[in-house]
Ligand binder design. Structure first.
Ligand SMILES: C[S@@+](CC[C@H](N)C(=O)[O-])C[C@H]1O[C@@H](n2cnc3c(N)ncnc32)[C@H](O)[C@@H]1O
Length: 272
């Protein structure tokens, strides 16, 4: 059923979600906003359980979700936290999502999100269809139809959005007792920047801090090696599935070597 935008309690948005990919003169990807709900490289339910256990002694847990694109991933985590932990999920909200792209953030802040069939299937299976209100607009991206939706309360309030460059964030933030997520965006930053991000994250973390990267960061950036070089250690806990498709594109921050430990996308400070 298509609900008219008037049925939604949102004004007509000025901005539209745009998932773009830009290239440099050598044909390497400079930046890319592609994202999905429920990305397959992680067992999100296990992640929710793991976060519950790891932070059971904390009343409030801040989650920084850098490189959030249109919000598909932080909303995925919010949905799994709600469905897996029930009332216990409240201490993780709001998830603090951010991205370097002002356009993506403006759209996400206005409550607009473009969803494709797979996103909608996931949302339905999770029993969360009531959290999204469909508009009539359809956009074709990568030959796939994306349907414009508005995110309804209370899900919408479970994620806040702001513009932020992860390079600056890692340098200036304090990630003690927090979860720092930056997934599938490392490769759009130079190797030098990846090195500084890792160094600063380590400097600004404590033994409770959790850092999460994505499968494409593991194989298309030096995030895993640099994080471990500075003292983070991989966690083997049934969360990384390795099930994501490997896209053949080459990006500006792609190293010439393979990761030393190809089995970790979650990291904590100190010993394993
Ligand atoms: C491929 S998307 C991934 C989105 C989502 N995390 C996911 O895994 O589906 C990468 C996102 O990282 C963002 N990004 C890249 N470099 C960044 C930086 N230095 N600071 C903040 N965001 C950045 C891009 O703008 C883009 O939206």
């Amino acid at each position: 059923m298509i609900i008219s935008p008037i049925a939604c309690s949102y004004p007509n948005p000025v901005f539209q979600s745009i998932r773009s990919r830009t290239y440099d003169e050598l044909g390497r990807v400079l930046n890319c906003n592609y994202t999905n709900f429920n990305r397959e490289d992680m067992n999100w339910k296990n992640l929710a359980k793991f976060l519950d256990k790891r932070f059971q002694d904390q009343k409030r847990v801040r989650i920084n979700f850098a490189g959030c694109s249109d919000g598909s991933e932080p909303y995925t985590l919010a949905i799994y936290l709600i469905k897996t932990l029930g009332n216990k999920s409240a201490k993780f909200f709001p998830i603090e999502a951010s991205d370097i792209s002002p356009d993506m953030v403006e759209a996400a802040k206005s409550g607009v999100i473009f969803l494709h069939d797979r996103d909608l299937k996931f949302i339905k299976e999770m029993g969360m269809s009531y959290s999204f209100c469909r508009d009539s607009e359809v956009k074709i991206m990568r030959d796939i139809p994306f349907y414009k939706h508005y995110v309804n309360e209370p899900l919408r309030s479970s994620v806040t959005f702001s513009v932020s460059d992860v390079r600056k964030m890692a340098e200036e933030g304090d990630f003690s007792n927090r979860v720092f997520v930056f997934r599938n965006g490392w490769t759009f930053n130079s190797l030098e920047d990846q090195n500084s991000i890792s160094k600063n994250l380590y400097k600004n973390s404590n033994e409770k801090t959790l850092v999460i990267i994505g499968q494409s960061d593991l194989f298309k950036s030096a995030a895993s090696d640099y994080l471990q070089m500075y003292g983070f250690r991989g966690l083997d806990n049934g969360i990384f599935t390795g099930a994501e498709t490997n896209y053949p594109s080459v990006s500006i921050g792609q190293p010439s070597w393979k990761p030393i430990y190809p089995q970790y996308i979650l990291f904590k400070k100190g010993i394993r």
